[in-house]
Design a protein around this ligand. Structure first.
Ligand code: NDP
Ligand code: ZN
Length: 353
């Protein structure tokens, strides 16, 4: 049977293609999307060539869907289940997963399969490996469009707060307040951050950052962000920095604004260049106890179930991220281009099939 999908045809080129519906392995599932969202990572992949050349690869890795088929060894998921699909679907038997780094199962970043080295979710059907371990049931009270934010935006932003190890009362600066950074703000606030700086320039994002718990907004277009943070902290800087936007130069700024003993958690996807610069003096000539951690979000079913409980109990509201809602698969291209162009009123689009 054939299906249609919206694909990367090559670096810088996208379009609709037709492919065979994927086959279901014994542990796997075939899922029909109900709601999907394009990611800034799709933009890095297609237009910056960040992961190299790909030909006719269906895009997308954020979805809620309905299972249409499960493999013979799947025990807990069944056809008809409505599920949250994490962007990262690890191989849970791998040594990396056993070591606690399931996102790198099978090799660095290899837990990221959709729209990386296999077809993604912008399609009539898609394949999910290890259905029992990777798919979480969508709670009945949760809107599928809002739950799509659990695939990637919430776990990535929250992982930024984990990587930075935000503690009660910490002063925190979140650099970048697109949907990922906004969820980093929300995650840092849930973990007990005190003063919470949010760096961005678009008013729609700044307002949302305040809603999610930012105490101070810093506009990077209105002067050096390091200076702005130092001025507002009487020269001391912040305990923790979460990088969720900007470019390679943001690292130097993060190192400069974090206090000795502080931590930087990076979840930004660096799409260009050979290396990043760490400023020597600001890094304490190598002795500043300023830790830099960078990571791909953790995926899998348990993480999805725990994050879904935050929506179910009302502790987190992702509806605020959804500035553009489209109905119908034919709007996928439009939604993806919004992520590329980032109009002033956009935080995140969602496409409901
Ligand atoms: P957006 O492009 O929507 O947001 C980027 C943010 O960074 C905006 O607030 C933007 O400000 C701000 N920004 C841009 N330039 C600068 C600068 N020079 N200094 C400070 N801030 C700046 O991206 P997303 O939120 O969608 O994604 C953020 C990153 O996370 C992307 O690189 C994405 O690929 C990555 N990602 C990583 C994942 C992981 O697992 N680690 C998973 C998913 C995404 P404004 O627009 O207001 O001017
Ligand atoms: Zn993504």
């Amino acid at each position: 049977m054939k299906m249609r999908g919206f694909a990367m045809l090559g670096i810088g080129r996208t379009g609709w293609i037709e492919k065979d519906v994927p086959a279901c392995g014994p542990l796997d599932a075939i899922v029909r999307p109900i709601a999907v969202s394009p990611c800034t990572s799709d933009i890095h992949t297609v237009w910056e060539g960040a992961i190299g050349e790909r030909t006719d690869m269906i895009l997308g890795h954020e979805a809620v869907g309905e299972i249409v088929e499960v493999g013979s060894l799947v025990k807990e998921r069944k056809a008809g289940d409505v599920v949250i699909v994490p962007a990262i679907t690890p191989d849970w038997g791998s040594l990396e997963a056993q070591a606690g780094y399931s996102m790198h199962s099978g090799g660095m970043l290899a837990g990221w399969k959709f729209s990386n080295f296999k077809d993604g979710v912008f399609s009539e059907y898609f394949h999910v490996n290890e259905a029992d371990a990777n798919l979480a049931i969508l709670p009945e009270s949760v809107d599928p469009a809002e739950a799509v934010m659990l695939s990637d935006m919430v776990p990535t932003g929250f992982h930024g707060a984990e990587l930075a190890d935000v503690q009660y009362g910490d002063s925190v600066c979140v650099v970048g307040i697109g949907p990922v950074g906004l969820m980093a703000v929300a995650g840092a606030a849930l973990r007990g951050a005190g003063r919470l700086f949010a760096v961005g320039s678009r008013p729609v994002c700044a307002e949302a950052a305040r809603y999610y718990g930012a105490t101070d907004i810093i506009n990077y277009r209105e002067g050096d962000i390091v200076q702005q943070v130092l001025e507002r902290t009487r020269g001391r800087g912040v305990d923790k920095v979460i990088i969720a936007g900007g470019d390679n130069g943001t690292f130097a700024q993060a190192v400069a604004m974090v206090r000795p003993g502080g931590r930087i958690g990076n979840v930004n996807y660096l799409g260009e260049g050979e290396s990043i610069r760490i400023p020597r003096a600001e890094w304490g000539c190598g002795m500043g106890h300023k830790t830099i951690a960078g990571g791909l979000m953790p995926g899998g079913r348990l993480r999805m179930e725990k994050l879904a409980s935050l929506l179910e109990t009302g502790r987190l509201d992702t509806s605020r991220l959804l500035t553009h809602r489209f109905r119908g698969m034919e709007h996928l291209e439009e939604a993806l281009l919004l992520m590329k162009d980032k109009p002033r009123d956009l935080i995140k689009p969602v496409v409901i099939f």
